[in-house]
Write a protein that binds this ligand. Structure first.
Ligand SMILES: O=P(O)(O)OC[C@@H](O)[C@@H](O)c1c[nH]c2ccccc12
Length: 263
């Protein structure tokens, strides 16, 4: 069993419990616009992630205070905050997301393994403006169903892909946003060339491309930018930073290639 299969099996149990509880979710919250903020900017934007722990790295910063960190991310210019809400494998929670969404003005991404519409309702009620749908975790039919459901609720969706077949399955949707995960969720291997390879197959210029995972240095940011990414999803590098001001400064690159950016 791969780690992704383990996570999904556990997620199914969580979903069954949620459905049993038959909670009513308040769906009246207005999401904060995301994509437009990225595409109209002159800089490659950073989606900053709150990630206490992960199955691949173990504890990164388990004792973090999400609200304090989110405020710092916002102050340093994050375009959105990603909050890991999976508890069993990432030590996050929907409570974290809710607390963060209450204090920041920027959009919040619910970073979880979504397999059922009830999780979308739950995320929206907690204050998420964006959700993630992971192609590796869903059948094509389910992916399409969840995508349409979330967009009907006014949420923006990042369709995450890691392999060509996954990209093909989501291109049929002509999605507004594609996240290319440089990390293989089955083996944890990270390769930034994943962004280079897959981005070249995304022909619609209106599709926003986000490069996700394993971005550590300025040259990583430049590599993703040159491949066509307009935003970067960064977790561990920010979580481990002891000087966020400097780290943002290092990772913030302009969308246009400049002389001093040459590697
Ligand atoms: O910490 P990193 O390497 O910067 O990665 C962040 C983010 O891309 C990663 O947490 C992630 C991308 N897709 C996911 C799906 C589920 C859980 C986590 C993820």
């Amino acid at each position: 069993m791969t780690i992704l299969e383990k996570i999904i099996a556990h997620k199914q149990m969580e979903v069954d419990k949620l459905l049993e509880e038959a909670r009513l979710f308040d769906m009246s919250k207005q999401p904060v616009p995301f994509k437009n903020r990225v595409t109209t900017s002159n800089e490659v934007q950073i989606i900053s992630e709150i990630k206490r722990s992960s199955p691949s790295k173990g504890d990164i910063k388990a004792e973090v205070h999400p609200v304090t960190l989110a405020k710092q991310y916002e102050a340093y210019g994050a375009v959105a905050i990603s909050v890991l809400t999976d508890n069993v494998f990432f030590k996050g929670s929907m409570k974290d997301l809710q607390a963060v969404a209450e204090v920041v003005q920027i959009p919040v991404l619910c970073k979880d393994f979504i397999i059922h519409t009830v999780q979308i309702d739950q995320a929206k009620a907690a204050g998420a403006s964006i959700i993630l749908l992971i192609a590796a975790a869903l059948s094509k039919q389910k992916l399409h169903e969840l995508y349409h459901y979330a967009t009907e609720k006014g949420l923006e969706v990042i369709c995450e892909v890691h392999q060509m077949e996954e990209l093909e399955a989501i291109l049929e949707l002509d999605p507004a946003i594609i996240g290319i995960n440089n990390r293989n969720l089955k083996t944890f291997e990270v390769d930034l060339q994943t962004t280079v390879k897959l981005a070249s197959h995304i022909k619609n210029k209106n599709t926003l491309i986000i490069s996700e995972s394993g971005i550590i240095t300025r040259s990583d940011a430049l590599l993703a930018r040159d491949a066509g990414a307009e935003a970067l999803l960064i977790g561990e590098t920010l979580m481990r930073s002891t000087n966020l001001f400097e780290t943002y400064h290092t990772l913030k690159v302009s969308k246009i290639r400049r002389m001093h950016d040459a590697r």
